[in-house]
Design a protein around this ligand. Sequence first.
Ligand code: 5AD
Ligand code: SF4
Ligand code: FES
Length: 367
Amino acid sequence: MQGVAEILSTKTFYPENIVSLLKASADEEHLIFRKSAEIKEKYVQNKVYFRGLIEFSNLCRKNCNYCGIRRENMKLLRYTLSDEEILTAVRFAYENHYGSVVLQSGELRGRGFINRVSRLLKKINRVSDGKLRVTLSCGEQTYETYRKWYESGAARYLLRIETSNPQLYASIHPNDQLHSFHTRLKCLESLKKAGYQVGTGVMIGLPGQTYEDMANDLLFIKQIDADMVGMGPYIEHKDTPMYNLKDTLYNRKERLRISLRMIALLRIMMKDINIAATTALKAIDPFGREKAIMAGANVIMPNITPAKYREYYLLYEDKPCLDEAAIDCLQCLQMRISTTGHYIAFDEWGDSAHYVRRCNDNKYPIP
Ligand code: 5AD
Ligand code: SF4
Ligand code: FES
């Protein structure tokens, strides 16, 4: 079997090599992190981009078995922010020099919702003088909807594949048409075709997920040529069907360890993409996001949703920053990022360098 140093010196990673790196002993771990840090500095510099996250509605038509805001969770108060609440959050981001905002919600498909998002995108553009990049994360939609939102001003879209193993995907979702792996793949294709910078990602440490699955997740992300990635640990939520599998999970420390390795390996495999230090990492370790930045991540999504709504967007337990106002998170993050030897790229859009390159290469001509 090849050692860590030998695998890292090869150009192409195969599933079995990735599994070896994911399983490598703690003694050899520094070799992986050293390589990912070198690549990060060379291709994306020691910068961290901020994306102000606005969780604008927790209404969702889906019923994913792992998610706290699934349709059948009746214990949850459902909310939707008004346009003015959303625009206030946008103004906060703009005035505090965040280069971009993310509008996230559960998945809704009605005409009213689709038109509202379009209208909001135009309003956001107006209040920020077109100086903010807007990302959407509103689930599976038709190509026409994706295109309509793109034309209304959204430049990026986040849609995680959750796991690249279709059997595992089926086991963590209800068995119906609404939760189809095939549809998720088609949506990722539509997003690319519609012109977006496309972000995807997976959950790490799902019940029944193997190291081989995780290695294939990284290869999947590379194969679809994602521009942005958000991957984080799966965290149980007591009001979901998957909670009864909690005793079969890797412990939280182990999920953190694997997540950091996944981030480092992805940085090595896809040098110039944007990788988020996800909030779920902070839920399992107070310094989880800082550790992710050191491992290769270059994006943080400070929550700028009005504080009174945050407890209702609990996808998983122990979600941090429930009581903090946007300004608290800003100050907290400034201090935390300074400890990592990185700096915050205020006033920059922070488009994925990968996206810029693929446009220049004309690989996916912008429609
Ligand atoms: N643990 C971790 N991540 C979760 N998500 C949803 N539920 C959980 C959970 N219990 C993630 C999914 C989804 C994103 C919006 O949140 O990956 O795509
Ligand atoms: Fe809805 Fe997304 Fe949660 Fe699934 S993961 S229930 S689509 S919010
Ligand atoms: Fe919200 Fe630290 S990032 S309080």
